[in-house]
Every structure is written in structure tokens, then in C-alpha cells.
Ligand binder design. Sequence first.
Ligand code: UDP
Length: 359
Amino acid sequence: MKILTILGARPQFIKASALSREFKKYPEIIEIIIHTGQHFDKNMSEVFFTEMNIPIPKYNLNINGLSHGAMTGQMIQEIEKIILLEKPDFILVYGDTNSTLAGALAAAKLNIKIIHVEAGLRSFNMNMPEEINRILTDRLSYLLFCPTESAVNNLNIEGFNNFKCKVFISGDVMKDNALYFSKIAEKKSTILSRLNLNSKNYLLCTIHRAENTDKLENLKQITKALNKLSNDFEIILPLHPRTKNIIESNKLKINFHTIEPVGYLDMLQLIKYSNIVLTDSGGLQKEAYFFNTFCITMRDETEWTELIENGCNILTGANSEKIISSVQDCSKKTFPNSSGLYGNGNSAEYICNKILLEK
Ligand code: UDP
């Protein structure tokens, strides 16, 4: 069984690690990886392949720095050529980036069955490029692996039980990875001592969503909140290259120390030992939960609604007052007892078994 996996962006490298680990157990599965090049910096790409033992991509398309249409178009063109050459049984795509959609479109037009891991998520905000990518990819997919019950419900509401596809609730491969790699991170990561951090004495922050970087007012609100919070808390902000460019070109004032993006092992340690995570990332919302850490999500909506319902996550939008008051609230509360969301760390095994049944 030949599976062509399409990867392009940081969260996809991380997600892919869990399934690649599983695929290696089955000699009958051949996984071939295409790296589209969407993320290309060493600390946004290579570090994950090395640390997380992800197979080296056979194809590297080096497509980046283009508008959405040009990027997606070029990717489709190149992936199509590789599909024709490799003749895979399946295309495997993760999440919601342009690489996900390009892989799905190229495969669908050549009648290759698509596996979508992290299917069914919706923000119901069509201004998000990710929402467009998710909806279209789901519609083209044959095996849809949903991390949550609400994701399955979203697909049911959209009529997926009438389509020629199979929908599964698999749990989240990110949980597999967080559990698997946190033990390794405890042994190998030196980030806490390098940054001179003690357990639970800092806020960990990431910002990279288009709504917070492309809308300058949003970024100003967030940096204003973080500047104020830096009077009372140490702030650790591994800065995404896109956000860094925008902060620099607009000369936004930052009163605290920012760092370069870190590898996964360092990130797990930073999340685990932080007071609170403040983010607009999808992945970090769940990783905070895996380590019983409150998350403040600086967006107007989230795809991970069960975290809000369970009181583990607070939505503040890019509103400096709300961000600050939520940090104060979370500092006083104990983390809710709500284990069991996102499966029990064996999602990759479940997904792999379902794929094998398609032989
Ligand atoms: N991450 C990392 N280093 C960083 C920032 C994030 O390893 O400096 C990891 C994070 O732990 C999570 C993933 O990258 O597993 C999330 O990626 P990102 O926030 O870029 O994308 P999203 O999840 O929002 O799609």
C-alpha cells in the first residue's frame, strides 16, 4: 500500500510524526513524503524532521512566499506530476493549510483516494483561509478522521452521511505526540535553564494567525496587553517569522524579550511549565490542555469548542482589556478536571488500522 503524504507547515510536520511512527510498523505500507516548502526556515521545518524522527521527504517542492492562489496553484501542478509518477493508493493530508488543499485537489482530479487527518473542524469564519481549506478538503476526502465529537457533528450537519466517504472519530494525533515526546523532552530539552525559567513563573505566548498579523489593530491590542502583563509576569514569545516581520516593519514597541521559534521538545517543556498559555494557534490550545495549563485564545472563535465548554480555555479576541483580565482570572483559579478529550494517545494506531482495512 503506497501512501503519498503531503506536508508543508509546522503543525503538519508535528502531526505527521505520530502516523509515520505507526506506518513504520507495517512493512506493507510504503509512505512517501512530499514537502511543499510552505514553511522552510530551519526552525520552522528541519528541526521537526530531526527531533521527531519524521522520514526525509522524497520530494521538496520549495514553494513559498507567494499569494494564496499562486501558492496553491503551483503546488497542485507539482503534486499532480508526482502522483502520476508514484501512482499512490492514497494521498494523506493533515489539517487546513494551502498544502492540504493543494494535495486534496491534485489527488481528487486524478481519482486518488484522500485521507484527511483532522477532519470536520470548523470555525464558521469564512474569512479564515484555513476554514476554506478545511471545508473543501473534507468534501474531497474518502477517509475522514475527526479528532472530536463536535467535528463529526459538523460533518453530519453538512450532509456527509450522504456522501461516498467514511467518517471516523479517531482522537487527536497531537495528543499521541504530546504524550510520547514529553518524556523525551523532560530528558533532552534544556530550554528552561537556558532561559532561566522556573516552573509556573512565566506566560507563554504565540501569535501568527492572519487575523492577528494582517490586521495591525489586532496586533497592537495584543502587544499592548503583553507589554502591560510584562510588568507582573515574565513573558516568553517564540516569534513566528511572519509576525516578526510585521512587528519590525511597523516598529511596534515590545517591552519584553522575544525568542526565535523553538523545536517541539523545547515547546512541550515551555507549555508544560508555564503559568498560562496565550495564543492564536490551534495546536497550542490543545497542548496547554494536555498539560493542565489554562489557555487564553486571542481569537473571536475556536474550532476546539470543548475546551471552552470545559472551562480550560477562554476566548478574548484581540482585546487588550479582556486578555489582561483573563490572565488575572486564570491566575486565581485551579485547572478544571476534564480529562479524556481528544482520545487516549493512540489515535495514530486507530487511523493506521482503518487505513489497513482498505487494502
Ligand atoms: N510550536 C513549536 N515551536 C514554536 C511554536 C509552536 O514547536 O516555536 C508547535 C506547537 O507546540 C504546536 C504546533 O507548533 O504543536 C502549532 O503550530 P502553529 O501554531 O504554527 O499552527 P496551528 O496549530 O495554529 O495550525
